[in-house]
Design a protein around this ligand. Sequence first.
Ligand code: UDX
Length: 446
Amino acid sequence: MAGSPTIGIFGAGWVGLVTGACFADLGHDVIVRDVVPERIDALKAARTPFHEPELSDVLARNAERIHYTLEADDLASAGVLFICVQTPPTYSGDADLSYVWTALDDLPHTDERQLLVMKSTVPVGTGEKVRAALDARGLTNVGYISNPEFLAEGTAVRDFMKPDRIVIGAFEAEDGAAVEALYAGIDTPVVRTDVASAEMIKLAANAFLSTRISFINEIANVCELVGADVQSVAQGVGLDHRLGPHFFRAGVGWGGSCFGKDVSALKQLAGNSGYHFQLLAAVIEVNELQKRRVISKLEKHLGRLRGKTIAVLGLAFKPDTDDMRDAPSLVIASRLLAEGAVVRTWDPVADARDRLIGATQCATVLEAVTGADAAVIVTEWEELRQLASADVRDAMRLPLIVDGRNLLDPAETRRAGFAYEGVGRPSSPLEALPETEPAVPVSGST
Ligand code: UDX
């Protein structure tokens, strides 16, 4: 793009690659730098190192505009540098900023004006610290901007190209304007603010989304006790324009690399500043307990789980990704193993063989449910919509489905000959099952 600066990216992870690919798609020249040689080799050989819809296509069609390197010095010609490195939690619950500081140490030397843009999620106050560190090193030619990402896995490319908003927090107005100009072509509101507020917007957004989910999960748990159906309740509540329908699906709890980390980081940040963020403490606890409720639901129908075979269907923390970070499946399967159950897992892309020692990972849904006393839907993969089939029913030892994502229709599932237990909706016990016709096998029905 004539006149526009080359964009350098620190970190070829999820955020870095999606950001690099999409900026290239907007017409910019991009150089992505990572410290892992295998990752850079894979990218140079046109292999995307993880599963993210559309990303490989975007990288492929912009191959001429996007380059990969191990050398930080190759970023010297970049006018804008995005930091897209991990900020995992430390033992104390604070964010580990060591990758951010390493990126700072690696800044290529240039006398030209250069902009350093933080995309990684960082505690409020990080920008001030980085600014002070830059000044202490005499790097007054480097401007600092906070420009948090709101990319959800599975829809990251779309989220970048069609965002709800772009948030830009800058110390200098012209630096903010220069970053805004990089997004030319994307039609969306731009929130221009100070650095601390931009940092807080990211943490508050993820904390509020998690709060909504924990809230509807608690409503679901009460629905179970009083005979209401949380699906109707969520619909009826969500139609209020002040509340909206999104992030209001009850289930087995939220997971993923961001929510747990960011909610804890915000709680910790408040605590470090002398404020006890009670609401977030509850949001986290509700989520922990929500994953474990699957075990009591199984026990309600099966009694003690020792020796019972349970199919855990879906391992990724949500569909359309192979990411298992903080996935509810890990807690559920580990609890089942601890109870002495035989655990058979299935997922179309995620692989848990090295994490769930003692569980058997199966290649197909039918293989996972064969001989099972119950099948638990943990991730709402499309393939599982057909779970209540005659093939599955006849393959299972007991036809019990615990639908952790309210994916199936309870009445249809019952009619297909399954006992059904969802989240926040009336359940039907094994004893109440109607007589069913023997199955006519349908190949590939699941
Ligand atoms: C999230 C934010 O959405 C994104 O803006 C941020 O930048 C990174 O964190 P992501 O972790 O990819 O993205 O997943 P998301 O789609 O938000 O789902 C998070 C978890 O919440 C998943 O485990 C999902 O299953 C769960 N969830 C989501 C619910 O249980 N109910 C809902 O209604 C929505």
